[in-house]
Design a protein around this ligand. Structure first.
Ligand code: DQQ
Length: 544
């Protein structure tokens, strides 16, 4: 394969070539982080799926090792799909994954264990002969029965896992219990279900602390704990999560949670099949998500690769208890160099200021904007769909003048702004409160001839991704951090309350030709209180 370098990332995880999708079985074991992922060893399209495997000491520098799990037995002959790792007492890792057993995509759950626990990289994995561990019963549609989670241990000494599926249009998270991790019995009740959501892929279920920012081991329960259930919606390719309580092996979302399409999302952009794990070395919960390409399959094949893993994020509960916060793991900051700073810079309506001195194509930008008043916020039209931020951003883009906002940054911009991906805020007044819209708008991200059509004739996928930010504006400030990496723009609004990832394919703003600007197109003057930006080095080890 002749791999095209253009648009490959500098510091995001990707193999040297071919297709990747879901992160699988992330874990920390004896000083080493393990990332497995869905991989096609034969091409840049989905298929022939194996678990590729990379190891790291810091979540940023990765070393490739042998594929951990690949089709070889009747119970996984047609594919080794997603799953999770659990470190059992006695420090023994075990992987649960979905095996495809026929050409109809019938699914069973299997396990694999390291061949040699004293190998620090756990290169070789064994699939014992008592697989499969779990087969579907007649109440389950075997083609929608996949992606087992990390197991948690109940006070009764029994392990639990949940597995995604659906019954008609109802999304389901099946619950299984086991005393010995080998014999699994389906519980009478599912962990949770929700009508009308369609098939649930890659469920993730874990506790978060209500009294601090430490992450919790997956088995922790108690009064200071809330639970999170995240599901990936097969039908729309986005994920949503709820916060709730877990009792008697049932999960109940809190009353104010939206349990469906309009639910909270980890990321309002290109982010799917995510999975979290507890990192005991730093007492944190870490979230991994996959970002697919936003280009045609033809283009993926031509460039010889498709898909990246996003920068792992630390996950904590917002002090309000109403949502999660995400922030790039601190280790990514070790890649920062050539810091540039700006402070107290006024941006009047229509002003754009260039942030010079960094390699804008591969950078980390952290900025706080302030404004003197909220009075100019535009009224929020009651006819707008409160749950369709993306539609609103499509209408009210970065060039559409406003009152308070749009203001933000123009990432991956060409010198004369023929192309750019703006990440910005726009504040609306909605009766007695404010609505803060955050956008990451790919619609002008590429000046190439195919900007409206992809080369297979389909409309280019250049969405105006957006989400609302549930933030208190009392201090009249809004902060934004973006990790920019050639074809990735990963943004964190208001300290990680709202996150949006875009995949974009600039034609001009490549490498040294990419620029970064801050802008304001609202009539209210805004100030860059402080801006710090860095060029990002390439990790030393990324030898995939
Ligand atoms: N990808 C895997 C499945 C999972 C889906 C197959 C989600 O196990 O449901 O590659 O992207």
């Amino acid at each position: 394969v002749n791999v095209r370098k253009e648009h490959r990332t500098g510091y995001h995880f990707q193999p040297t070539k071919h297709w990747i999708n879901d992160p699988n079985g992330p874990m920390y074991f004896n000083g080493v982080y393990h990332l497995f992922y869905q991989y096609n060893p034969k091409g840049a399209v989905w298929g022939n799926i194996v678990w590729a495997h990379s190891v790291s000491k810091d979540l940023i520098n990765w070393e490739k090792v042998e594929h951990a799990i690949y089709p070889s037995k009747p119970f996984d002959k047609y594919g080794c799909w997603s799953g999770s790792a659990t470190v059992l007492p006695g420090n023994k890792p075990v992987i649960l994954y979905t095996g495809i057993v026929d050409d109809k995509n019938s699914q069973v759950q299997n396990y694999a264990v390291p061949a040699n626990l004293s190998d620090p990289y756990l290169r070789e994995w064994i699939k014992p002969d008592n697989n499969p561990l779990i087969v579907s019963d007649p109440s389950i549609n075997a083609t929608f029965f996949r992606d087992p989670t990390t197991a948690w241990l109940g006070k009764d000494g029994h392990w639990r896992i949940t597995i995604g599926g659906r019954r008609n249009r109802r999304g389901i998270s099946y619950l299984y219990r086991s005393r010995d991790f080998v014999h699994w019995v389906k519980a009478k009740h599912a962990l949770h279900t929700s009508a009308g959501t369609g098939n649930w892929e890659c469920p993730d279920f874990f506790p978060v602390s209500v009294s601090g920012t430490n992450g919790l081991d997956t088995s922790v329960v108690g009064p200071n704990v809330k639970h999170v259930l995240k599901v990936s919606l097969d039908a729309t390719r986005f994920e949503y999560y709820t916060l709730g309580s877990y009792e008697k092996d049932r999960y109940t979302p809190d009353p104010d949670m939206i349990d469906g399409w309009n639910g909270l999302r980890y990321d309002y952009g290109n982010f799917y099949a995510s999975k979290s794990f507890f990192d005991p070395s730093k007492n944190r919960r870490i979230l991994w998500g996959w970002a697919n390409e936003s280009d045609s399959t033809d283009k993926d094949i031509k460039k010889g690769w498709a898909g990246v893993q996003l920068i792992p994020r630390t996950l904590t509960l917002d002090p309000s208890g109403k949502q999660l916060l995400q922030w790039p793991v601190e280790e990514v900051e070790n890649l920062r160099k050539n810091k540039v700073e700006l402070s107290n810079k006024i941006l009047n309506k229509g002003e754009t200021v260039e942030i010079k001195g960094i390699t804008a194509a591969q950078s980390d930008v952290d900025v706080t904007f302030s404004f003197g008043s909220l009075d100019k916020a535009e009224p929020f039209d009651p006819s707008w769909d409160r749950y369709d931020a993306q539609k609103l951003c499509g209408q009210k883009g970065s060039t559409v003048e406003g009152g308070l906002g749009p203001f933000g940054i123009l990432t991956l911009a060409s010198q004369n702004l023929e192309e750019y991906t703006p990440v910005f805020f726009r504040v609306f007044k909605d009766q007695d409160k404010y609505q803060v819209l955050m956008c990451s708008d790919a619609s002008r991200s590429s000046a190439s001839v195919d900007k409206t059509k992809m080369d297979d004739g389909k409309d280019a996928y250049r969405p105006s991704f957006a989400g609302f930010v549930n933030v208190d504006l009392n201090e009249k400030k809004l902060s934004l951090r973006s990790l920019i990496d050639n074809s990735v723009v990963e943004s964190f609004g208001a300290g990680g309350k709202t996150c949006i990832t875009s995949r974009v394919y600039p034609a001009l703003a490549l490498y040294g030709n990419a620029h970064l600007y801050a802008f304001n197109n609202g009539s209210e003057t805004v100030k860059i209180d402080s801006l710090n930006a860095w060029s990002m080095s390439k990790p030393v080890k990324m030898n995939h």
